[in-house]
Design a protein around this ligand. Structure first.
Ligand code: AMP
Ligand code: MG
Length: 691
C-alpha cells in the first residue's frame, strides 16, 4: 500500500525559538493535498511544530486521506548504539529512550548535557562531540582532537555516493550539523507515534500499512539553491512535497523498497539491488468469493478492476515514437503556448485601443512575420505591418485586420472603435508554462502529440506496449487455406482476436493453434508466458473432457472458472500461467468477441497502464422487439440506422455473419425486460471499445 493522498515535508531544527517573523534556519513545513500545495508554514519552535503536526495528522485521518510525512533528520543511529543504550536493536525503542530523557522548551533544551551524559557512559570521549554552550560539559569534547567513538562514524546510507555531503549524527553543533536535530526530533516523533497508536508507521522499520507514514528525506541532497527572494528552508520543503506528490505510485514504491532495520535510510538514496521484480500479479488475483453461482457482469468487472495492476514496464521515448503510448506520469508544459503574445490575423499593429470613428495612423517601416520578429519599438500612435503568428513588436498590443484598412501615402485608415488587444493572442492563453498538459495514464492521441510538441516536450515517460498473445485451441481447427476435412472448421477466432488486440492499442503476439492435447498446450503456454504479458486463448475453457485450457490452469493451481451471468458467453477461465495472466475465452466466435470487448479490454487497459476504461454508450430508440427474462445480461449484435438500433435477426452464438454485420452491441440490463420498437436501449458502438 503505497498510494498517498497528502504529502508533507518538515525541515527540522534543534535551536531555540526563532521569533515571530519567518526566517531561515527555523522549522518549516509544507503540505500538498491532492496535488495542491499550501503556503509553506513557519513554525517558530518545536512545541508549536508538534501541535501543528498533531493537527495535520488528525485532520488527514479524519478526512480518510493517507498522509506521507517527511522529516529531514536521521531516524536511527549507526549500528550498535541502540543496543548499547536500550538493550535492543529496535530504533523505535531508542526513540522512546530519548523521549524520556530530553527536556525541551522554546528557550532551552538539554541536548548538550544529554550528549555528555551518554558519552560518560562510554568513557567520556565520544560518540558525541561539539559543545555549543558557554560552560564546559563533562564528557563532551569540544572538537575532535581528543575524541574516541565506540560506534561507526556513519550509518551505511551516509556512505553511499548519493548521500555525499551528509553530516554524522554524532556532531552536536556547528553549521549544517544534525546531531541536535535527531536528539530533539525523535522525542517529538515518538510522542506522535504513541498519541496516534496504530495509525502511524515509520519507514523503513515498519510496513507502511497505516494511514500515516513517517519517512526520512534530506532535501539538501537533491536540491540546489533557492530562487532569489525565497527562504531556502521554505522553498525546499515545498519542492520536496510537490515532487513526492507528483511521483508515480510505483516509483515511490521503488524508492521505499530498502532494507535498513536498525539504522534507517534516506529516501531517494538507492540501495544496490539486482534488477529483479516480483511477479506483477498475485496468485489469487482471480479468486471469486465463495458460494457465488452465477456472477453478475458488474461484479465480475469490479473484481477484475480491483485485483489487476499495471504490468507494462516504463520506458522513455522520443515524441515521434509516442503515438498510442500511455504516459506514466503527469506532463507539465516546458513552455507556454503561445510562447509570446502574437497576432491572430494579417493586418497592422499599434498600441490600442482605437476610438469611435475614422482613424488615420502613420505607418512605421518594417514588419513582423511568424518566425521573423520585428526588431525595435513601434512609437506610440504608429502602426506596423504584422502577419499571422508574428510576435507582437514592442509598442504593439492591438491589431486591425488588413481587410478593414486602407493603405495610402505611408498611412493606414480604418473605422474605430477597436478594443485594446483585438485580434491578438495572449502569451500562455492556451497553456501556461508549468501547467499540467496531460495526466499520467493518458493514451496519446495525434492531437496530444501536437499539444506536447507545442509545449516544448521532446521526450516522455511512457509504458512499453502491453504484449497480448492469442492462441486457438481445438482438434477441429484448421488454418484458412488448408483443406478442411469432414468435421473440421477454419480457425476464425485467431485472426479476429489478433486484430482486436491491435485495434485496442496493444501488441498482438500470434501463438498459432494447438490441438486438444494437454502436453502440446502446456508447451505453448510455457512459450507464451515468455513472450507476452497476457495470454488470450479461445476454446476449451469449460469443464468438459476436451477442455484442456481450464484443466491445465486448474492443475497449475491458479485457475478460476468464472461463471458470469451473461449471454453470449459460457464460462471464462481466468488464471495465471508462470505468473502471466490467462484469459480463457469461450470458443464460439460471438462469445469470444463479446467477452473480449466486455471483460478483456478494460482488464488489458488496466495492465497496460491506461486505467480502467468504460466504453461510452448511447441511449437510442429500438427498431426491434425482444422479451428477456431476469438473471443475466445480454449483448445483441446491433447497428444504428435512421437513429434507431437494429439487431441481427439471429441470436445464435455461432452466427459469425452477425458479428460482421453489426457495428456495435446493444446491452440489455440484468433484469427482465420487454423491449418494444421505440423503447430506449443502450447502444455501444464498436468505436467505444477503441476499434
Ligand atoms: P469450445 O469452447 O472449445 O467447446 O468451443 C465451442 C465452439 O466454438 C465449438 O463449436 C468450436 O468448434 C468453436 N470454436 C472453437 N474455437 C474456434 C475457432 N478458433 N474458430 C471458430 N470456431 C471455434
Ligand atoms: Mg474445443
Amino acid at each position: 500500500m503505497t498510494g498517498f493522498d497528502s504529502f508533507a515535508m518538515v525541515d527540522w531544527s534543534s535551536g531555540n525559538d526563532t521569533g515571530p517573523r519567518p526566517r531561515k534556519d527555523a522549522i518549516w513545513a509544507c503540505v500538498v493535498r491532492k496535488g495542491e500545495a499550501e503556503e509553506p508554514m513557519y513554525l517558530r519552535n518545536r512545541g508549536i511544530a508538534e501541535l501543528w503536526l498533531r493537527n495535520l495528522i488528525e485532520t488527514e485521518i479524519a478526512a480518510s486521506r493517507r498522509l506521507f510525512l517527511g522529516f529531514d533528520f536521521p531516524f536511527g543511529y549507526p549500528k550498535g548504539f541502540a543496543r548499547a543504550l536500550t538493550g535492543s536493536d529496535d530504533p523505535l525503542k531508542l526513540w522512546d529512550w530519548f523521549e524520556r530523557r530530553t527536556e525541551d522548551s522554546p528557550k532551552a533544551n538539554n541536548r548538550f548535557d544529554l550528549a555528555g551524559e551518554i558519552n560518560r557512559h562510554f568513557g567520556g570521549k565520544g560518540p558525541f562531540w561539539f559543545n555549543g554552550l558557554q560552560r564546559d560539559i563533562d564528557g563532551l569534547p569540544k572538537n575532535k582532537s581528543d575524541y574516541q567513538n565506540p560506534f561507526p562514524e556513519r550509518r551505511a546510507v551516509e556512505l553511499m555516493p548519493e548521500a555525499k555531503g551528509s553530516f554524522s549524527c554524532w556532531q552536536m553543533g556547528g553549521a549544517g550539523a544534525v546531531g541536535g536535530q535527531v536528539m530533539m526530533g525523535l522525542p517529538v516523533l515518538a510522542r506522535l507515534r504513541h498519541a496516534f497508536a496504530g495509525q502511524i508507521s515509520v519507514w523503513p522499520f515498519e510496513a507502511l500499512d497505516t494511514p500515516v507514514a513517517f519517512v526520512e528525506i534530506w532535501p539538501s541532497l537533491t536540491l540546489g539553491a533557492a530562487p532569489d527572494g525565497r527562504i531556502k528552508d521554505a522553498w525546499q520543503v515545498e519542492q520536496v512535497a510537490q515532487s513526492l506528490a507528483r511521483m508515480q505510485v510505483e516509483e515511490l514504491a521503488q524508492h521505499l523498497n530498502v532494507n535498513a532495520a536498525e539504522e534507517g535510510w534516506i529516501l531517494g538514496v538507492s540501495q544496490s539491488k539486482p534488477n529483479i521484480a516480483p511477479p506483477p500479479l498475485r496468485n489469487d488475483c482471480f479468486a471469486l468469493p465463495a458460494g457465488v453461482n452465477w456472477t453478475p457482469v458488474d461484479d465480475a468487472l469490479a473484481l477484475l478492476r480491483e485485483r489487476l495492476t499495471v504490468v507494462a514496464t516504463p520506458e522513455r521515448v522520443a515524441l515521434s515514437q509516442a503515438a498510442g503510448r500511455i504516459l506514466t506520469e503527469d506532463v507539465l508544459a516546458n513552455r507556454s503556448n503561445p510562447p509570446q503574445p502574437n497576432t491572430a490575423v494579417d493586418g497592422y499593429g499599434f498600441a490600442g485601443a482605437a476610438q469611435e470613428g475614422a482613424q488615420v495612423m502613420p505607418l512605421y517601416p518594417g514588419r513582423a512575420a511568424a518566425g521573423m520578429p520585428f526588431d525595435g519599438t513601434v512609437p506610440d500612435g504608429h502602426a506596423v505591418r504584422v502577419l499571422t503568428g508574428a510576435a507582437l513588436p514592442d509598442g504593439v498590443d492591438t491589431v486591425i485586420l488588413e481587410e478593414d484598412v486602407t493603405v495610402q501615402d505611408n498611412h493606414i485608415a480604418f473605422h474605430g472603435p477597436l478594443k485594446q488587444g483585438a485580434n491578438t493572442r495572449r502569451a500562455g492563453e492556451d497553456v501556461a508554462e508549468g501547467n499540467l498538459v496531460l495526466p499520467a495514464g493518458r493514451r496519446l492521441t495525434p492531437a496530444d502529440l501536437a499539444l506536447l510538441s507545442a509545449t516544448g516536450i521532446a521526450e516522455i515517460h511512457v509504458r512499453k506496449t502491453l504484449r497480448v498473445a492469442v492462441l486457438s485451441t481445438g482438434d477441429e481447427l484448421v488454418e484458412p487455406g488448408e483443406t478442411a476435412g469432414p468435421g473440421q472448421i477454419f480457425d476464425a477466432n485467431r485472426p479476429m482476436l489478433l486484430s482486436l488486440i491491435d485495434r485496442m492499442g496493444f501488441q498482438p503476439v500470434d501463438l498459432g493453434r494447438v490441438p486438444d492435447d494437454r502436453a502440446a498446450l502446456r508447451d505453448r503456454l510455457n512459450n507464451a508466458s515468455k513472450q507476452a504479458d497476457v495470454i488470450l486463448t479461445s476454446g476449451g475453457a469449460s469443464a468438459g473432457d476436451e477442455d484442456h485450457v481450464s484443466a491445465l490452469l486448474r492443475e497449475a493451481g491458479a485457475m478460476q472458472e468464472w461463471r458470469i451471468a451473461l449471454k453470449p458467453g459460457r464460462p471464462l477461465a481466468l488464471g495465471l500461467w508462470n505468473g502471466t495472466p490467462v484469459f480463457g475465452l469461450p470458443g464460439n466466435p460471438v462469445a469470444a468477441m463479446v467477452c473480449t470487448l466486455i471483460f478483456a479490454r478494460p482488464a488489458l487497459g488496466l495492465m497496460a497502464g491506461e486505467g480502467w476504461q468504460e466504453p461510452q454508450a448511447f441511449d437510442l430508440p429500438a427498431a426491434f422487439e425482444k422479451r428477456k427474462k431476469a438473471g443475466r445480461r445480454e449483448y445483441l449484435r446491433a447497428r444504428v440506422r435512421d437513429g434507431r438500433a437494429e439487431v441481427f435477426a439471429s441470436e445464435g452464438s455461432g452466427r459469425i455473419s452477425g458479428l460482421s454485420w453489426a457495428e456495435g452491441l446493444v446491452e440489455i440490463e440484468d433484469g427482465a425486460r420487454h423491449i418494444k420498437p421505440g423503447d430506449m436501449v443502450r447502444f455501444i458502438p464498436y468505436g467505444s471499445f477503441g476499434l
